[in-house]
Design a protein around this ligand. Structure first.
Ligand code: C2E
Ligand code: MG
Ligand code: MG
Ligand code: MG
Length: 282
């Protein structure tokens, strides 16, 4: 009996493990052909300068419409792409495509917009990372100061010194660096000081809690002040309502991004956001 029970438990355990493992394997398998099948697309989410109300740029966010799996969220496949190193190829495509699209926009409507591109730590560890970034600019013709690379606090877990020197080199060429999801990861303030960043992106969780946690307002104010004292621009992510915007404006936050302005949209739906006279805000 004991043996049977044991066996039964083993089977149940094994099944769920098996399912999770299979799902990962399945995503990885289809990721491998996604690039050749043109299944990736970039969506763009506007960022607004709070004081002026003008759109200052866009964040490029990858979308995967798999012929086999349907739409798969980046939250489900980026990690798998990193573990399998496919992110190196996918990320290079994202960078080149984002630079190309933004240069096209500049040629049509003027060069006032920046493009922000999410970069995985796996990409930054590649020997040719800085070459790929500079080549993306050279091929597209985009100005370096219109490109912002979004990195996350996960770089603190890796070859920190080597990544910092690559980022310093890119910054010296005029490229901007943003620290994404700030406040959720591994950063200590002493590491933060060593990073050649120009922008802090305050994580959405701080914005979400503004309404219901008494101390969260002082958290947000403190992050804005910290950023400004370090000479950084501060962006709030995930802004969904006007009261959040009003608070951020009062706190002196520089930019917002979120559903309040727009969800990320495909390039075909960008036109309404490229009207220079249009202002957003409170
Ligand atoms: P992230 O870089 O922090 O991007 C912000 C995420 O928040 C995006 O999710 C965006 O659609 C979502 N968001 C923006 N405003 C709001 C809002 O007001 N409310 C809510 N609920 N969500 C909002 P998305 O596009 O699903 O991307 C998730 C994450 O996947 C990104 O977080 C980023 O870490 C990663 N990712 C996306 N595209 C790429 C890429 O091209 N390369 C790499 N390495 N990672 C990417
Ligand atoms: Mg980002
Ligand atoms: Mg973020
Ligand atoms: Mg995030």
């Amino acid at each position: 009996r004991a043996k049977e029970e044991g066996k039964g438990r083993y089977v149940v355990y094994d099944k769920s493990m098996h399912t999770a493992f299979n799902e990962r394997m399945n995503i990885e398998k289809h990721l491998r052909s996604a690039m050749n099948n043109n299944e990736f697309e970039l969506y763009y989410q506007p960022q607004v300068d709070i004081q002026s109300g003008f759109i200052s740029g866009f964040e490029a966010l990858i979308r995967w419409n798999s012929s086999e799996l349907g739409f798969v969220s980046p939250l489900s496949f980026i990690k798998i792409a990193e573990d399998s190193r496919l992110i190196v190829y996918i990320g290079e495509w994202v960078l080149r495509e984002a630079c190309h699209v933004m240069k096209g926009i500049h040629d049509r409507v003027g060069s006032r917009y920046k493009i922000s591109v999410n970069i995985s730590v796996i990409q930054m560890l590649q020997d040719d990372f800085t070459d790929v970034v500079l080549d993306s600019l050279a091929v597209s013709g985009l100005m370096p100061n219109c490109l912002e690379l979004e990195i996350t606090e996960s770089i603190f877990m890796e070859s920190f010194d080597s990544i910092v020197s690559k980022l310093e080199f890119l910054k010296s060429r005029g490229i901007r660096i943003a620290l994404d999801d700030f406040g959720t990861g591994y950063s200590s303030l002493s590491y933060l000081q060593q990073l050649p960043i120009s922008t802090l992106k305050m994580d959405k969780t701080f914005i979400d809690s503004l309404a219901d946690k008494a101390y969260s307002q002082s958290f947000v104010q403190t992050i804005v002040q910290l950023g400004h004292n370090m000479g950084l621009e501060v962006v709030a992510e995930g802004v969904e309502d006007v009261s959040q915007l009003a608070f951020l404006k009062e706190a002196g936050c520089d930019k917002i991004q979120g559903y309040l302005i727009s969800r990320p949209v495909p390039v075909s739906q960008l036109e309404p956001f490229l009207k220079p006279e249009k202002r957003y805000g409170v």
